[in-house]
Design a protein. Structure first.
Length: 213
């Protein structure tokens, strides 16, 4: 990777605030995709939420998965890993795309220092290309805290409820964005940091507060 292949991810502080807004359901993600369709060709099964009725109606039956006994329907990918709504490199239902697609922002991996789960080379390449701008030292400290949060969550994934899927890079990154401020200590402060079990408890508590605010 050389500087001429880097992609501008934008101002870190603005991105972090916006991403927290996305996770609160206050706004869609605004990603400078620049023609990239990595998330559309990477074997993702897309959950169809109650508000995704237009997308649900458009999904071919062969690619629709409805769980027995209830739960969210899913849009399955084609055998080659592409989204069934991807036609000639473009989303055929972009205006009515599922909320999951509206919320997706692969910069969350670059921000947290993680890489996507599974074999997703197109997204992995883009993640490695992203570079954020930092307006000041405070924004750099925020990213450092965010990365500490993500690393902690993955290292202690077994201590989190199974339903949180903390072992997953995607879930760990989202949880880190919600709770990064718990890790805003400076290097060298480890002696006064809480025990891992106590920090897990604090992360769970902060995540619940974020989700219900």
């Amino acid at each position: 990777m050389t500087p001429d292949t880097y992609r501008n991810a934008g101002a870190f502080g603005a991105w972090l605030a916006a991403m927290r807004g996305v996770l609160k359901g206050e706004r869609p993600a605004d990603v400078p995709c620049d023609g990239c369709v990595g998330c559309c060709v990477s074997s993702y099964a897309i959950a169809l939420r109650p508000g995704d009725q237009a997308a649900l109606a458009a999904v071919p039956a062969i690619h629709l998965r409805i769980p027995v006994g209830g739960g969210l329907a899913f849009m399955a990918h084609r055998e080659d890993g592409t989204c069934p709504m991807l036609e000639a490199g473009r989303c055929a239902i972009y205006a009515d795309r599922p909320q999951t697609c509206r919320d997706y922002d692969c910069r969350i991996y670059a921000a947290t220092g993680l890489l996507p789960d599974g074999e997703r080379p197109v997204i992995r390449e883009r993640v490695l290309e992203w570079r954020f701008d930092f307006a000041n030292g405070e924004e750099q400290r925020q990213q450092a805290a965010l990365r500490r949060a993500a690393a902690f969550i993955q290292a202690h994934a077994a201590s989190f409820p199974v339903a949180m899927r903390a072992h997953s890079a995607a879930a760990a990154a989202v949880l880190a964005v919600k709770t990064w401020s718990l890790f805003a200590h400076e290097k060298g402060d480890e002696a006064t940091a809480p025990s891992p079990d106590e920090q897990v408890r604090r992360v769970l508590e902060a995540a619940r507060a974020f989700d219900t605010a």
